[in-house]
Design a protein around this ligand. Structure first.
Ligand SMILES: CC(=O)SCCNC(=O)CCNC(=O)[C@H](O)C(C)(C)COP(=O)(O)OP(=O)(O)OC[C@H]1O[C@@H](n2cnc3c(N)ncnc32)[C@H](O)[C@@H]1OP(=O)(O)O
Ligand SMILES: CC(C)C(=O)C(=O)O
Ligand SMILES: [Mg+2]
Length: 519
C-alpha cells in the first residue's frame, strides 16, 4: 500500500456542493430539515466550504441557506448568485448570520453561453462579471467567481475576464467544466495556462468544478490540483446536475491513498464518509450503486476464493484502503430478536447512523417487530429500516394501518387509516391490482396534482421473507419528488414510499390537500 512520505503537504480546500449542484439533480430535492442534517454532517466531517443553496431560487432555498449559516460554526457557508444585483443581494442576506460566509457568483463565458443563453457580447459579460464581484464584496470579503462553461471558452478572453474578476475582489476563481467535456490532460493544461498567464493569479485560489458526463470528473479534478488548483468542488455520492459532479469521497480518498504522488492533504475526517453517503442517499432516495468506489456496498467485499484467501493472509493483497478508514466497521454484531437497545445503538453507529433518542426508539420498535417476523436480520435490513425512519421522522401524514384483499378474483381492494396532522382518517377503495388499490385510497385521503412517474421494488436481502424497498417518483408542475419505504410486506412498503413522497411535496408547499373522506 502506498503511503505519504512527505510531511509538507499543501492543503486542498474541500468545497461541498451537495446541497446546491447536488440538489439540481432531478428528483433529489431535500426538505429544510434534511438540508440542515446533511450540512451538520458535512461540518462535523471537516468540509471547508459548504455551498448551501441558491438563495434567489426560492423562499425555501433562501431560508435553508440562512438557517445553515446561522447553525454551523466551523465550515464556511456559501450561497450561489447569478451576475445580477437581486441574486447577489439575496445571497448576501442569506449568508449574513454565518460565522464565515461566502458568495459564489457566476456567469457563462463561452461563445455558446454568451450568444444563446445570455445574448450578451464579450464586453457585456466582462462588465457583468466585474460588477457582480464588486457588489458581492459589499457583503463579504470571501467572494468566489466562476466563468461558467470555462472549458469551452476562448483562452485569451478567459485570461482577461479572470484577471478582471480578481482585480474586482474575487478571492477564489472556480473553473467549471460545466458540461463534463474536458479530459484530464486538457483540464490540467487549462489550469496551468491560467495560473501562468493571468498576471494577478497569485491573489486568488484556483478551484476545480468538474461534471461527470464522460466519467472523468474525479480524474479532471485531480489533474486540476496537480496543475495548481487548491480547491475542489465536489458532492457526496457524486450527486449533481445530469451525470453528477466529482464525488467528494473519491477525491478525498484518492488524495489520502496516493499521497506518494499527490502530496496534498484535506481536512476531511474520512471515517464520516459512509455516514454522509448513507444520509444523502436516504434523504434524496437515490440509491448508491453497489460497486460505487469508496461507499458502495461491494467496495470492501471479497467473494472470489483467491481474493478471500489473500485478504485472510494479509488484507493489503486486495485492499488499498481499510474499510475502517471510511467508517465501515468490521465488528460483526449479529442482530436478532434477542438484541437490546445497547447493541442496536452500537450497530447503528457501526453502520454510520446517528439518530436522536426519539427516532432511535421508533427504529428500535420497528427492528424488534422485524426480528419477530424475519429469521435473519442483516445489516441491509437495518439500513433500510433506519433510512425509512430518518425519512419519515418529520412526516405529517403517517400510515396507521393497511389491509388489502388481493387474488385471482378482482377487483383488489384496500382499506387504509392515515394519521394526518395528529388526526386519524380512513377510507376504502379498489384498483387494478393491490398496489393500484393502495395508491387510489391514499390519493382519496390526500388529494394532489402529482402524477406517478416511477414505481420500483427491490428486495433488500435474499429469501422470501426479505424486506421490500420501494421507490416512487412523483411529478408536479414545479418538479419531481421521490419517496422510499421499506417493510417485509411489499404493499406496506409501497404505501410508505408513496406517503414519503407526498410528505416531501407537502414540505415543499406543493398542492396536496390532506383531508379525510371519512373522519
Ligand atoms: C451550471 C449551473 O449549475 S447554474 C445553476 C443552475 N441552477 C438552477 O438553475 C437552479 C435554480 N434556478 C431557479 O430557480 C431559476 O432558474 C431562477 C430563479 C434562478 C431564475 O428563474 P427565472 O427568472 O424564471 O429564469 P429562467 O430560469 O427561466 O432563465 C434563466 C435566466 O437567467 C439568465 N442567466 C443564466 N445564468 C446567468 C448568470 N450567471 N448571470 C445572469 N443571468 C443569468 C438567463 O439568461 C435567463 O435570463 P432571461 O430570462 O433574461 O432569458
Ligand atoms: C454554477 C456553476 C459553478 C456550475 O455549477 C457549473 O458551471 O457547473
Ligand atoms: Mg455544476
Amino acid at each position: 500500500m502506498s503511503t505519504a512520505t512527505t510531511s509538507a503537504k499543501e492543503h486542498i480546500v474541500i468545497f461541498d456542493t451537495t446541497l446546491r449542484d447536488g440538489e439540481q439533480c432531478p428528483g433529489a430535492s431535500m426538505t429544510f430539515e434534511e438540508k440542515l442534517q446533511v450540512a451538520t454532517v458535512l461540518d462535523e466531517m471537516g468540509v471547508d466550504v459548504i455551498e448551501a443553496g441558491f438563495p434567489i431560487a426560492s423562499e425555501g432555498d433562501f431560508e435553508s441557506v440562512r438557517e445553515i449559516a446561522r447553525t454551523l460554526k466551523r465550515s464556511v457557508v456559501c450561497g450561489l448568485a447569478r451576475a445580477n444585483p437581486n441574486d447577489i443581494d439575496r445571497a448576501g442576506e442569506a449568508i449574513r448570520p454565518a460565522a464565515r460566509g461566502r458568495i459564489h457568483t457566476f456567469i457563462g463565458t463561452s461563445p455558446l453561453h454568451r450568444q444563446y443563453q445570455l445574448q450578451l457580447d464579450q464586453e457585456q459579460v466582462y462588465e457583468r462579471a466585474v460588477a457582480s464581484v464588486k457588489r458581492a464584496r459589499n457583503f463579504t470579503d470571501d467572494v468566489e467567481w466562476s466563468p461558467m462553461d470555462a472549458t469551452r471558452t476562448e483562452h485569451d478572453y478567459l485570461c482577461r475576464i479572470v484577471e478582471a474578476a480578481i482585480d474586482a475582489g474575487a478571492t477564489t476563481i472556480n473553473i467549471p467544466d460545466t458540461v463534463g467535456y474536458a479530459t484530464p490532460e486538457e483540464y490540467y493544461e487549462l489550469i496551468r495556462m491560467l495560473i501562468e498567464r493571468v498576471p494577478n493569479a497569485d491573489k486568488a485560489i484556483f478551484s476545480t468544478h468538474c461534471h461527470d458526463d464522460l466519467g472523468l470528473a474525479v480524474a479532471n479534478s485531480l489533474a486540476g490540483v496537480r496543475a495548481g488548483a487548491r480547491q475542489i468542488e465536489c458532492t457526496i455520492n457524486g450527486l449533481g446536475e445530469r451525470a453528477g459532479n466529482a464525488a467528494l469521497e473519491e477525491v478525498v480518498l484518492a488524495i489520502r491513498t496516493r499521497g506518494d504522488i499527490l502530496p496534498y492533504e484535506t481536512g476531511v475526517d474520512t471515517t464520516h464518509l459512509m455516514r454522509a453517503s448513507k444520509l444523502v442517499s436516504t434523504v434524496t432516495s437515490f440509491p448508491v450503486q453497489y460497486n460505487k468506489a469508496i461507499v458502495g456496498r461491494n467496495a470492501f467485499a471479497h467473494e472470489s476464493g483467491i481474493h478471500q484467501d489473500g485478504v485472510l493472509k494479509n488484507a493489503q493483497t486486495y485492499e488499498i484502503m481499510t474499510p475502517e478508514s471510511v467508517g465501515v466497521s468490521k465488528n460483526a454484531l449479529v442482530m436478532g430478536k434477542h438484541s437490546g437497545r445497547h447493541a442496536f445503538r452500537e450497530k447503528l453507529k457501526d453502520l454510520g447512523f446517528n439518530l436522536g433518542e426519539n427516532a432511535l426508539e421508533d427504529a428500535f420498535k420497528r427492528f424488534k417487530d422485524l426480528a419477530d417476523r424475519k429469521k435473519d436480520v442483516y445489516d441491509e435490513d437495518i439500513e433500510a429500516l433506519v433510512g425509512d425512519e430518518i425519512l419519515t421522522s418529520q412526516d405529517r401524514i403517517r400510515l396507521v394501518s393497511l389491509s388489502v384483499v388481493a387474488g385471482t378474483s378482482g377487483p383488489q381492494t384496500a382499506a387504509i387509516t392515515l394519521d394526518i396532522d395528529g388526526v386519524e382518517h380512513e377510507a376504502e377503495g379498489e384498483g387494478n391490482g393491490p398496489v393500484d388499490a393502495v395508491f387510489n385510497v391514499i390519493k382519496a385521503l390526500v388529494p394532489h396534482d402529482a402524477t406517478l412517474e416511477l414505481y420500483q421494488v427491490h428486495a433488500v436481502t435474499g429469501g422470501t421473507d426479505a424486506q421490500a424497498e420501494v421507490s416512487v417518483r412523483l411529478r408536479t408542475a414545479s418538479g419531481e419528488t421521490t419517496g422510499r419505504g421499506a417493510d417485509p410486506d411489499t404493499l406496506v412498503a409501497s404505501a410508505r414510499a408513496y406517503l414519503s413522497a407526498l410528505n416531501r411535496l407537502r414540505a415543499r408547499g406543493a398542492r396536496t390537500h390532506a383531508h379525510a373522506t371519512t373522519p
